[in-house]
Design a protein around this ligand. Sequence first.
Ligand SMILES: NC(=O)c1ccc[n+]([C@@H]2O[C@H](COP(=O)([O-])OP(=O)(O)OC[C@H]3O[C@@H](n4cnc5c(N)ncnc54)[C@H](O)[C@@H]3O)[C@@H](O)[C@H]2O)c1
Length: 257
Amino acid sequence: MESTNHVLKGKVAVVTGAASGIGYGIADELVRQGAFVYVVDLRKTQVDEAAAAIGPNALGFVADVTKLSDMDALYAEVKSRHGRLDAVIANAGIGDHGPLGTITEEQFDRTFGVNVKGVLFTVQPALPLMTRGGSVVIIGSTASEVPPPGMSIYGASKAAVRNLVRSWVFDVKGSGIRMNVLSPGTVDTPSLRTALTKALGAERAAVAVGAIAERSPSGRIGTPREIGSVTAFLCSDAASYVNGVELFADGGLIAAV
Ligand SMILES: NC(=O)c1ccc[n+]([C@@H]2O[C@H](COP(=O)([O-])OP(=O)(O)OC[C@H]3O[C@@H](n4cnc5c(N)ncnc54)[C@H](O)[C@@H]3O)[C@@H](O)[C@H]2O)c1
């Protein structure tokens, strides 16, 4: 569905993990709704290609959300180009399969490094640039409530960000900045297909996607653009009284559990 009502006209946004999947869908939708978007991701070729595909109101920036120096450099660039920031979307996230008994320290540190520390490093240094009416959206997951078997560390990291937000909304009280978690259900991204193929093999992965879709009250999995349009709503003035929530955009998947 194409949206063109420009509810974010003139707003400046940062989207992390925006070179692919959900982050790309969010960045593309925010630009369509009138925003200028910094497309932040790990690799230069990827960010440049993604920004070029989105158009002139997108600018690629290479940064690793787990490195504070990278994020400081990003916000220094935002400050010098725009002098302010209206929306921060902490989307970069990772997760892999690992049942209890197989979980390694490296896997734990990597997952919490990107999904929890990376969220802190995305949000905290952005605050001095953020305007009244600004919006922080952290991309969580239905795994915060119902972690799939073998995904305990990922689920725990997504539950953690919900609690960060529940505390942070009090820390920024009086600033006019809103903070929410947007938790997608299963969304069709290259990384979803790769992860399922790695865990189950190609044939069973395709069957698994079909089974997830079948379980959902909507009868299908989501698209990155659908997460983009909910993000645009949370960044818009229409959501001015939505603060501190975990909003599920999951086609009803949680209700079906
Ligand atoms: N796809 C799903 O079904 C689904 C469901 C619920 C939640 N999510 C969440 O949505 C977000 C995006 O997932 P996706 O499926 O689009 O994944 P993806 O792998 O397609 O995209 C993630 C992007 O983040 C980037 N990234 C990873 N580590 C980074 C780092 N340290 N610094 C900067 N960028 C980094 C990757 O390069 C990649 O481009 C994640 O937070 C994920 O947990 C995904």
